[in-house]
Design a binder for this molecule. Structure first.
Ligand code: KG4
Ligand code: ZN
Length: 333
């Protein structure tokens, strides 16, 4: 089954053609990073306008690269939330127009489930129930995937998401936007134990996260050191990254002990972080469980993961009406 995926929830205009939820025939991502970088973060109004400009060229490019005509498609899957309302609306409108004009089945995809399905896209079937740590710019969720259509949220962030903390700390350090990749790179040159930082919200019983405290602690360190040299900044990046990664792993292990999953998955933009990938793999190995993570380019926003998730929805007979809407806050159901 050839499914067209469309993703416009934030600052990437993306379209992809995926065969049977597994084979990426094309995966086009038009990033708006340059546009938003000078503002230090995503400007929603600019994002929507850029999506409008790019959506049809990106769709044409995805079909061309896949060597597929619109006639050959068998379904359309589009991100309907959570995300920026105006940005989401552009993708949803395009998907509905396509589905209507070509008589194609349409499904709306939850962006966070899309991130989880990047793992199914790359690795095929995964033993369930699986515990997923979904860490992106706006979410830090521990999700128990019981079956393909059955999920339970075990923990979420109470304030800043992990990616948001990376972005805010990077901005304060003068590293630009997006901050995650910049901190990841800089941390390689630093000592992760050089600067003591509080361990964020490591209290025993909760599976929730909170990253605003560590962000504030880093801002305070910077305030006390107004002209930091490069090695100090590298040490700070490494210390911050270590503490965040340790917290993410500790909570995931705690959740695993509680729910005894058959596999552990990593997903979302922060899953591209080299330290998290490496240390989570080691921690899961100690548990004796299989561990899945997407390739870094499939961790960050893309439409192939949306097409993969949509494929499973279409296969179980889901169909969205042409009244399908976009939802800035969309719970996982
Ligand atoms: O999933 P994503 O591409 O977009 C959202 O759905 O939000 O995640 C973006 C987030 C940003 O906060 C970005 O800084 C972070 O993922 N990120 C990283 C890395 N690459 C992207 N964080 C840490 N290390 C990285 N290598
Ligand atoms: Zn995302």
């Amino acid at each position: 089954m050839l499914v067209l995926g469309i993703e416009t929830s934030c600052d990437e205009t993306a379209a992809a053609v995926v065969e049977d939820g597994r084979i990426i025939r094309s995966n086009v991502v038009a990033s708006q990073v340059d546009l938003h970088a000078r503002f230090g973060g995503v400007v929603p109004e600019l994002a929507s306008r850029k999506h409008m400009e790019r959506i049809f060229p990106v769709l044409d490019e995805a079909l061309e690269q896949a060597r597929v005509s619109y006639r050959e498609l068998q379904g359309v899957a589009v991100t309907i939330g959570p995300g920026l309302m105006g940005a989401l609306t552009v993708g949803v409108a395009a998907a509905k127009a396509l589905a209507f004009s070509r008589g194609l089945p349409l499904v709306g995809v939850n962006h966070l489930l899309g991130h989880i399905y990047a793992n199914f896209l790359e690795h095929g079937e995964i033993p369930l129930p699986a515990l997923a740590l979904v860490v992106s710019g706006a979410h830090s969720d521990l999700i128990l995937m019981k079956e393909h259509a059955s999920y339970q949220i075990l923990g979420r962030t109470r304030d800043d998401a992990a990616g948001e903390a990376f972005d805010k700390v990077a901005r304060a350090m003068g590293l630009g936007y997006p901050g995650g990749p910049a901190i990841d790179r800089l941390a390689r040159a630093g000592d992760p134990y050089a600067i003591p930082l509080p361990r964020p919200f490591a209290e025993v019983d909760s599976l929730d996260f909170s990253f605003s405290g560590i962000k504030t602690a880093v801002l305070r360190v910077l305030h006390r050191n107004p002209s930091p040299d490069p090695s100090f900044l590298a040490n700070l990046a490494a210390s911050f990254q270590r503490v965040v990664v340790e917290t993410l792993i500790e909570k995931t292990m705690r959740a695993a002990r509680r729910v005894s999953p058959k596999a552990i998955l990593l997903a979302g933009g922060v899953a591209a972080n080299s330290l998290l990938r490496e240390q989570m793999a080691e921690a899961v190995e100690k548990l004796g469980l299989p561990f899945y993570r997407p390739s870094p380019s499939l961790c960050t926003d893309n439409a192939a993961m949306i097409a993969a998730c949509g494929y499973y929805q279409l296969r179980r007979g889901e169909r969205a009406a042409l009244t399908l809407g976009a939802y800035a806050d969309l719970p996982i159901s």
